[in-house]
Design a protein around this ligand. Sequence first.
Ligand code: ADP
Ligand code: MG
Ligand code: MG
Length: 511
Amino acid sequence: MSSFTAGCYPPALDDDLERQHLVQVIKDWSVANGLTVRPPPSLAGNDLEGILAVNAPVTLFPSPFPKGCFEEARSIQTTYNELYAHISQDEEFLSGLVQEVAGGDDFIASLWDVHLRVKAEGYVQNLALGLFRSDYMVHQDQGELQIKQVEFNTIASSFGGLSVQTSLLHKYLAQTEYPFLKDPMPESSLDLPDNDSAQGLAAGLRAAFRAYGESALGHPTCVLFLVQDGERNIFDQRHLEYALQADSIPVFRLPFSQILAHTSLNPSSPKRQLLYHPPHNPSRTFEVAVAYLRAGYGPSDYGTPSAWEARYRIERSAAIACPSVLTQLAGMKKVQQVLATPESVSSSPSALRRFVPDDDRFAALWKTFANIYPLDAASPAGQEARRLATDPEECKKYVMKPQREGGGNNFYRTAIPERLQEIPPEHWGTYILMELITPPPFSNIILRNGKLEQGGVISELGIYGTCLWDQQSGRVLHNEEAGYLLRTKGDKSEEGGVAAGFGCMDSCRLV
Ligand code: ADP
Ligand code: MG
Ligand code: MG
C-alpha cells in the first residue's frame, strides 16, 4: 500500500446517529449552495411543476490525493492548452486522422463535412476558444506515483461549477463537523486546496467576449450557452452563467434543438454576425459574441438533418465558437493515441515532438501518457494492438474507446474481443486501445440519492484550462490553468462520469 492510502482515513463513522447527522448537514448545505442536479427520472415523474432539485452525489470526506501529482497536473495545463490550440490549427494533421476513423464513424465524418462546407465559403471568425479539461488517474509503478492522462476534453468540459461547491462543502465540514466527530479530525490536519474553476472558466468566456468587440450593427452582444433539452446538470452551468453575469455580461441559454428557430445570420453583411432573438422577448435582438456548446458533442444531439444545419450555422457565423469543429475534433481519442505512440513504434516522427519542440515541455507532457495503440491493420503498432485486443488474457489490461464523449461508450477488458467480433475488421481502426490505469484504491463513503455507499474507491482528477487563440496567426491571447475537478467512483465500476450516473463529486485532501 502506498503512503497516500495508508492510515485510518476517513474516520470509521460507525455510529448510526453520527452518520445520519453528517448526512443531514451535507444535504442541507448542498441545497443551500447549489451543489445540486435536477432529479433523476425516477423522481422527476412527480415533479410536474419543474421545481425539484436534489443533492449531487458527493463523498462525505475529501479523498486523499498525492500533493506532488496534483501540483504536476496543474503546472502542465497551460502547455496542454497550447498543444491543443496548435493541433486545432493543423488542419492537415486532423484531416489525416479523420480519414482513418471516418469510414466507420458517421458522426466524425459529418463533423468534418461541416468544417469543409465552412472552409469552402471562408471562415469569418479566426478566434477560437477552448474550455478544456485534462483528466488523470494516479498510476503506481514500483512505489512511484505518476499521473497518467485518461483523456483530454475539448468540448462541454463539465462540472467546473459544481466542483467549486464540492471543495467549499468539504472545507465547511472541516471547520464545523470533522473536528467534533467521535473520531475527531482537526481542521489543521487537512490540506484542502482552493478551487476557482467556475471563475476560471468564466474568465475564459469573458476573454473571448471582450475580444469579439462591439457589435457593428448596434446590438448588445451576449454569450449564448447551447444546451441539451432536459439537462439535469443545469446548476453546474448556472454557476458559470452567474459568474459572467456578475460582470454585466448578458448570457442566454438556448437548447441546441432550437438554434435554427431563434437565431439568424445577419443577411445584409458578409460578416455573418450571429443574431439571437430571445423567444421571451421578440422585440430584442442580441449579437452573439461567444457560442458556448454544452451540447452537440455526440450523435444523440443530431437526430435530424436540421441539427447538422444548426451546427453549420454556428460554425460559419462570426460568433467565437467554444469549441469550433476543428477544436472539437482535436479532442478525438485518436489524436491522443497518435500523440502517445512513441517514435520507435510509429513510422513517422512523434507527433508530440512536432507540436512541442521544447525539450522540457515535451518531457513534462510525455511522462503523463499511458500506452495507447491504434487498431488499424497496416501499422506495426496496429497489428500488435489487434493481437492484444483479441487475446483472452491480454485484453484484460485494456480499455477500447471509440471517438465519443460523455461517458458510457467504452469497452473494457473481455468486452473488447466480443465487441470486435461484431464489427468488420476494416473498421477496427475507428477505435483506440488504451492500457488500463489502476490507481491504488482507498476507502470513502458516497452519498447518492439519499443513500450511503461505503467501500473501496478510486479517483480521477481533472484540470481545467482556458485558451483563446487566432487560428490564422497562431497568436495566443489568453492561456490559463482554471481550477480542478475530483470525481470518485467505486473501485469495481469501470465508467466514472458523474452525469452518466457512475461517479460522484469529490475534492482533494492533499497528502
Ligand atoms: P469520455 O470522453 O466518454 O469521458 P473517457 O476516456 O474519459 O471517455 O472514459 C470514461 C471513463 O472510463 C473514465 O472517466 C475512466 O473512469 C474510465 N477510463 C477511461 N480510460 C481509462 C484507463 N486508461 N484506465 C482506467 N480507466 C479508464
Ligand atoms: Mg471526454
Ligand atoms: Mg472522460
